[in-house]
Design a protein. Structure first.
Length: 309
């Protein structure tokens, strides 16, 4: 009996040893690949992030750069598939641990999906920027100025500006937002933002203001993305009225007079905008003045004269 048992036990030990060796080979094979693929995905994510905020060349240059990345990512797919195959073998062998790598198949899958989403989204963003630029006739220099300002205030390189960062960025681009130091609340408050918009020639009824806020931050996340910023800035840059146009508009409201009255402003404009103008227009001092006459000409020049657009 013993003579029969010993060979059987030897055979069982040999088989177990072979199984363990086979499992170790599977672990090493998966680990070696995962340790290359994991960092590759991470590096590509970082590089795509850099391309989308740098300002080398034109937007078209950026786009072709990103398309090259897209191609290299698509070409990498067989390596992911191969790793999936190895992972399948590991599962079938009931292996639950792998000291040769910190990456699990789940890690790799999530990273790969993020990478595909990021490259597609980034390409889409740059295409949108090109459309915005061409539709609005923005120069590459202006685009670079917007990008430089945005990057400067995007301190954590998250690709988004918080409300206070957005405010600082607008101020840096020459928008006067009455930056009262007492009011550093971490937000651009409604009045400040409204003043900023009115200074850019916006018709500022409540509904209009709500509409603009929903454009800049549609999901109310408390952040402004570069695309939202560029859409917004380009709209203002392209559509901002000149001082002469604004003056001509006021002249019509004033019935061709050289001054305008509070009553006329309140009658012709939405309440917010009327009060904004009344609060900021200087008294009119010309020879044809009447009590309460306001100087819409100096107001127009002060607000719109600097913007040389």
């Amino acid at each position: 009996l013993v003579r029969r048992m010993v060979p059987r036990r030897d055979q069982a030990l040999t088989e177990e040893h072979a199984r363990q060796q086979h499992n170790e080979r599977l672990r090493k094979q998966f680990g070696a690949q995962a340790n290359v693929i994991g960092p590759w995905i991470q590096t590509k994510m970082e590089e795509i992030g850099r391309i989308s905020i740098e300002m080398h060349g034109t937007l078209e240059d950026q786009l072709s750069h990103l398309r090259q990345y897209e191609k290299s990512i698509v070409n990498y797919k067989p390596k992911i598939d191969q790793l999936e195959g190895d992972h399948q073998l590991i599962q079938e062998a009931l292996i639950f641990d792998n000291k040769h790598t910190n990456y699990t198949m789940e890690h790799i899958r999530v990273g790969w999906e993020q990478l595909l989403t990021t490259i597609a989204r980034t390409i889409n963003e740059v295409e949108n920027q090109i459309l915005t630029r061409d539709a609005k006739g923005i120069s590459q220099e202006q685009m670079n100025e917007f990008r430089a300002s945005f990057n400067h205030f995007d301190r954590d390189h998250s690709g988004t500006l918080g409300p206070e960062e957005f405010k600082a960025c607008l101020i840096s681009l020459g928008y006067d937002i009455g930056n009262d130091p007492q009011k550093k609340t971490g937000m651009m408050d409604t009045d400040d933002f409204r003043a900023c918009l009115i200074s850019m020639g916006y018709n500022m009824g409540e509904a209009e203001f709500a509409r603009i806020m929903s454009i800049v931050d549609p999901n109310r996340l408390g952040v402004v993305t570069f695309q939202a910023f560029i859409d917004f800035m380009s709209r203002e840059t392209a559509d901002t009225d000149t001082a002469d146009q604004v003056m001509a508009s006021f002249k019509i409201l004033a019935g061709d007079k050289n001054y305008i009255t509070m009553d006329e402003l309140r009658r012709e404009l939405p309440p917010d905008q009327a009060e904004y103008c009344i609060a900021r227009m200087a008294p009119y001092t010309g020879p044809d003045s009447v009590p309460g006459a306001l100087d819409y000409m100096s107001f127009s020049t002060a607000l719109y004269g600097e913007s040389d657009l």
